[in-house]
Ligand binder design. Sequence first.
Ligand code: PGA
Length: 246
Amino acid sequence: MKKIIVANWKMKLSYAESITLAKKYQANQLIKNAKSDIVVCPDFISVREVSKILSGKSLFLGAQDAATIDRGASTGEVSPADLKSIGVRYVILGHSERREQFGEDSSLVAAKVKAAIAEGLIPIVCIGESLVERKNGETRNYLQAEIKRLFKGLKLKSSDRFMIAYEPVWAISSVKSAKAMDPEEANFVQEFIKGVVAKIIKKKVPILYGGSVSSINAATYLKMKNIDGLLVGAASLDIAEFQKMC
Ligand code: PGA
């Protein structure tokens, strides 16, 4: 299966900087002709303009969040239907920054997943243990419980697609003293996640790894059997770094 590299630009760039970076991605032959699928997730304000810039059979557009409904009295939200209509194909949901900063809980993330799938978007659902859970040896228990909360009762048609991004919160580069997870360990945890997900939704789901991925460690992660792709934050903003990964 083709691997996938997702560039999460977060809210790190101004509108003008996002347009400039999108043009650099588009002009870069290594990115444009990458063996993996590349998904670019700019902030909401830039997504429409970036959609006009990106083209090519391996370059796709993603969003960093979406609402639980398509239309309605929901001030400040962004409709998954509207995202779809401007060419967005993937959507990151339940990122740990949204959980921490905006109090998103599993039931809200589950509702977003449902709405995105109903619209034909491909959700990239983020899960990952905190440093405390890791230190207490609770990683697997936490992940299993979270997967149950997120996907129990989710009815999927055979054509519906979604992905999980395993992002240990302590490994995300914006977290103090973050450190990438050892690729072998990430591979083991992701094997576990695959097993739990397959039991609950009776479907094989691609699992990406995220957390301090850079051009130095990307290839090692991508070689792992249970790592189907990468979710990249900081390193996706640096064109030289990102092209090396691609
Ligand atoms: P990072 O971010 O690659 O900068 O660690 C990953 C993410 O938060 O998705």
